[in-house]
Design a protein around this ligand. Structure first.
Ligand code: IVH
Length: 710
């Protein structure tokens, strides 16, 4: 487990001068961080710098500078003029399992007894807020500031989901929690900002900090708060006063009753843990789910759960001694943009790709990252040589977020945009956000045809890349439909093509004509759709005519198609209309065996927000309407299949799952409800075990599908 082994890097400060410079750098970075401004240090670098400062101060206690960030809430960078009812503290960090063990041992030494029980919750990556309720009404919002007093941001009341303006009861209490932007809110906020002529925010945390503090803006931006504490104040009920003594889980339940959203309402809810071993397990579990969460987390908070333990432990000036943050590897790092390459995709889209100075992000070294699109490069004023913020989490493709303007030297160079298609030299259509060669998919005809003939599409044996090149160069094929009208005589004119191979290829092409719509649709290479999506579309509509007759609104009924994708698919089908007509004319199958499965009875979408409801009961998941054995299930296949499933490729397994009403997925996450684990199943099995996902072997799975096989 990566998060468990990472040790903490540390900046080495050789002398007083280096120490003083480090303090200045850290203070400036902390100020930007808490104000929602531009960070010149990524979190991991900041943490390493502060550890270096701490180490230097430990060795030179006489030289500690007054503005040092150590021992201060928010690194001493934030302040405000609203006094807090009780200090709003920060948390000490650990970075490894060993660090956690040492911290827990220190705590137990301090209180002189074993900790009675723990509580483990996600550390949400936003900013702390105190929400003051008087007689059930939200009257004031205050940031953490320096921990003693914060900034009044009450103007944001009404924009924070999870902090209702009225509680369920007329309670007087101060709720504390983390304000953040979910990934969806972040996208919306950036879209709104760009639409109003502003620059996109670099990341969700900065966007949340900036939006919370922004007073006047011509548009609304939504935030979310998850509460993690309640502080009794004058006028609080006995119930609130007593709640803290009941343990964290009970406190969260009480807040939820009042209508406040809490960390318990996340897909990785806080939970009690009896032993440190259980704490470690839950830490690993939350770390494993991180990439699939609808918002960012930067660690896991572990707290002693009994009021007596917390009281004995007490607090320092910066942080309580009864809680700690187990920091997870950073998903964002700053590195340099060395160059930009322009690649033409199968459908003619010309996409920029960043070449980076290699940097370690979330466990892997990143050298390339996607850039948004040409318009975005211009809007962000990105330049070669810039320091850039790079984001990568889990299996997500790394992405360049924004340049760090504060680190400009003046030697940065503008990014050159291609004037003509880098693939074929034709003009570029720049009318849309994503640039495209005017020849569209014809620009990459060889790639398109090779893809169409591939095993998971039309599966035409003998029509590999080099054969396609020959056919295109000989002028025998100008689009996919031409493949189906090839004659023996034409094939015989090609080099290395004798009678036998020609006959074989023609036979394979004949078989390809009979492939079901799902494969034909996939072979078209419609942008925004792959194998699984093609199958879902084909199953939902039954015939190509029905798909083509569907408008964007109708297409949205297919699981996984949102507004943007629906519009794209409609436009793509329009563009592909002449080709589709020609394919139909030469006798290619345009229907799915079994016809349309009404969309309402298609597999239920995976639970929104990643909940694991129904995980234990796949057969009954959808009650009496579950006509197919896998209805409502999200299934992942791993390892080598055996028994009746032995001959099936992964794609065929996925097709089978979808025929059985399930949804096939490649990675195990909180949404997975069933794992089919064959021989030599590795990390996916481990992860499924950690998550408590139901695991089944290939034989058991074959039994479950019974009638659908063969
Ligand atoms: S408990 C005494 N629980 O992390 C502070 N904090 O780095 C007790 N945070 O100031 C805080 N998620 O803003 C707690 N589940 C969680 C949290 C959480 C995020 C933030 C909070 C805190 C900071 C410390």
């Amino acid at each position: 487990m990566r998060a468990m082994t990472s040790s903490a890097p540390i900046a080495v400060l050789a002398d007083l001068d280096a120490y003083a410079r480090a303090v200045d750098t850290a203070v400036a970075a902390a100020a930007a961080y808490y104000a929602g401004g531009e960070t010149t240090l990524d979190d991991a670098t900041y943490d390493a710098l502060v550890r270096g400062i701490e180490a230097y101060e430990a060795g030179h206690p006489g030289q500690v500078l007054a503005n040092s960030p150590t021992g201060k809430v928010a690194g001493g960078a934030a302040s405000g003029d609203v006094a807090h009812s009780a200090p709003m503290l920060s948390l000490a960090n650990v970075f490894s399992e060993a660090g956690l063990t040492a911290w827990a041992a220190g705590l137990e030494r301090r209180i002189g007894r074993p900790v009675a029980g723990w509580h483990v919750s996600p550390k949400l990556d936003g900013l702390a807020i105190a929400a003051r309720y008087r007689e059930g009404r939200l009257v004031q919002l205050v940031t953490r500031g320096d921990g003693a007093s914060g900034e009044d941001v009450s103007h944001a009341i009404g924009t924070v989901v999870g902090l209702p303006e009225r509680l369920g009861r007329d309670e007087t209490v101060e709720i504390r929690g983390e304000v953040l932007m979910t990934h969806a809110q972040f996208e919306d906020a950036n879209a709104a900002r760009i639409a109003h002529g502003g620059a996109a925010f670099a990341n969700a945390r900065g966007a949340a900090a900036g939006s919370l503090r922004a007073r006047e803006r011509g548009y609304a931006v939504e935030l979310t708060c998850f509460a993690y504490d309640a502080v009794p104040v004058a006028g609080s009920s006995e119930e609130i006063r007593a709640a803290d003594g009941l343990g964290h889980g009970r406190l969260m339940a009480l807040l939820a009753e009042l209508g406040v959203r809490t960390t318990a309402a996340t897909p990785v809810p806080g939970r009690g843990a009896a032993t440190l071993e259980e704490v470690r397990e839950r830490v690993a579990e939350i770390a494993g789910l991180r990439a699939g969460l609808p918002f960012g987390i930067d660690g896991i908070v572990i707290r002693a759960d009994s009021a007596a333990d917390r009281e004995s432990a007490g607090a320092g000036s910066r942080a309580p001694r009864w809680a700690v943050a187990y920091k997870l590897p950073a998903t964002e790092k700053i590195t340099r943009l060395l160059g930009v390459e322009w690649a033409v995709g199968r459908t003619g889209v010309i996409a920029p790709r960043a070449v980076l100075e290699p940097v370690l992000v979330d466990g892997s070294t990143i050298t390339y990252a996607t850039l948004h699109n040409p318009g975005d490069i211009t809007r962000r004023d990105l330049r070669i040589g810039d320091h850039v913020l790079v984001h990568k989490a889990g299996d997500v493709i790394p992405r360049v977020e924004a340049p760090v303007l504060g680190l400009r030297t003046g030697r940065e160079q503008p990014i050159a945009f291609p004037a003509v298609c880098p693939e074929c030299g034709s003009a570029i259509d720049t009318s849309e956000q994503r640039w495209r060669c005017v020849r569209g998919r014809d620009c990459r005809l060889v790639a398109s045809l090779t893809y169409a003939a591939g095993r998971d599409q039309l599966d035409i044996e003998g029509l590999g890349g080099s054969r396609v090149v020959q056919l295109v160069e000989a002028g025998l094929v100008t689009d996919l439909a031409d493949v189906f009208t090839l004659t023996r005589e034409q094939l015989l004119t090609l080099e290395r093509m004798g009678g036998t191979s020609s006959d074989k290829l023609l036979a394979a092409i004949g078989v390809a004509k009979t492939r079901p719509l799902s494969r034909v649709f996939c072979a078209l290479g419609v942008r925004g759709t792959g194998r699984s999506m093609s199958r879902r579309i084909a199953r939902a509509f039954g015939t190509m005519d029905a798909v083509r007759a569907a408008d964007a609104e109708t297409l949205r009924m297919v699981d996984g198609i949102g507004a943007e994708k629906a519009t794209l698919v409609v436009a793509e089908l329009l563009e592909l209309a002449p080709l589709i007509d020609r394919l139909a004319a030469v006798g290619v199958t345009m229907s799915e065996p079994g016809g349309a499965v009404p969309v309402g009875s298609a597999p239920a979408p995976a639970t929104e927000g990643g909940g694991r409801e129904g995980a234990g009961d796949p057969d009954g998941a959808d009650g009496p309407t579950a006509a197919l054995p896998l209805t409502g299930l999200t299934v992942v296949v791993t390892g080598a299949m055996t028994g009746p499933l032995e001959a099936l490729s992964r794609n065929e397994m996925n097709a089978l799952i979808e025929r059985a009403g399930g949804r096939a997925s490649s990675g195990v996450s909180a949404r997975t409800t069933l794992l089919v684990a064959g021989e030599r199943a590795g990390s996916k099995r481990e992860k499924a075990e950690q998550l408590g996902v139901r695991i089944i072997d290939p034989d058991g799975f074959a039994e479950l599908l019974d009638g659908l096989l063969g």
